[in-house]
Ligand binder design. Sequence first.
Ligand code: HMG
Length: 386
Amino acid sequence: MKIGIDKIGFAAPGYVLDLADLALARQVDPNKYKLGLLQSQMAVAPITQDIVTLGAQAAQAILTNEDKAQIDMIIVGTESSIDQSKAAAVFIHGLLGINPFARSIEIKEACYGATAGLVLAKSHIAQSPNSKVLVIASDIAKYGIASAGEPTQGAGAVAMLVTADPAIMVLHDDNVCQTRDIMDFWRPNEDKYPRVDGRFSTVQYTDCLTTTFAEYQKRTGKKLADFAAMCLHIPFSKQGLKGLQAIGKEDEATLDRLTARFHEAIVYNKLVGNIYTGSIFLSLLSLLENSQALKAGDDILFYSYGSGAVCELFSGRLVEGYQNQLDNNRLESLNQRTPLTVEDYEALFFEEIQVDETGKAINIPTDEADFALIDIQDHKRIYRKK
Ligand code: HMG
């Protein structure tokens, strides 16, 4: 049975910070961000937007009423949870009006979570071919003001509908994973922002890729030259490029070809920043919507990496007519976001919800987005769908 990605959607909050302005404020050469990290802008979420509203927005963009009736599992991959017990998928299930007889869960393993969701979705469809599974990767990446990670921050969600006979990509059965118990990036419960061993994390990202790729080649017999493109986890675009170069250095012609595709695959990531578990799928969306070189039948290689660390290599094949499932106006929507000054960004991004002694929010502003957090009462988050 052919199983894979039938639809893919994306949502980002309505505010954006230009990294040239951030560089100026932090007294850093703007080229460090633009060329050193290969990043241009950062998506910024107000307190009325979180993983639930962004995830619901990304899913709403792709789902029909028929899909909502057929979905019997919702998986949200995230490391920016809004509750330690209740899964974001349950809130999203309610907001979207999905079939009540569905399973709704949240998966966590840093930036790798949604890839695990995709694998679980595929197994579920193999057992139950008429089902549809909604996999959402939703995150808000915050490192703190003037931290080394600050220019890599971002916010957004990618939603994928996984089905039998998918309209975009069939996933192959060639997954190879690796787990390494390391502390490169983590967030203890008592901390608001992650702790990062930045340089160590970049070395681990690449080393996990090269060692897993060696095992992948051994088990599958596939070579880098067999792929039309590669999508990697993109914490910042330069990291992905370095990963590709690390496994491609022995085949210059293939590396040149895949590097051209790589630049098409980071068009959106450069404008959004790190959206953690969704970054690799935002890169897929960017590739599909910005590459003229791809065609049905092409195989794409994926490298998912989540700090801590778990990584996975897998691949998929583009389906005839995949172009019909895409949105050709996405850059235009991204360009319509409200630009922020650094001062506004600092106020907005690091603002926190205040609650009174009864558990009621006292500082939630109005938000005109289709999905928004509108109140907290008795410590319960209340969302609105327009
Ligand atoms: P840093 O240490 O401030 O930057 O932050 P740097 O000094 O390493 O410079 C960055 C690059 O800019 C270098 O390029 C410089 O040479 C260049 P490279 O040598 O590496 O190719 N540069 C310039 N280029 C042009 N003109 C200039 C200029 N100045 C410098 N004037 C660091 C870098 C990665 C440490 C920081 O961004 C950070 O801590 N980021 C967060 C951690 C991270 O993203 N790690 C990536 C791997 S781990 C991962 O992917 C998982 C993650 O997504 C979390 C999860 O799984 O949940 C993070």
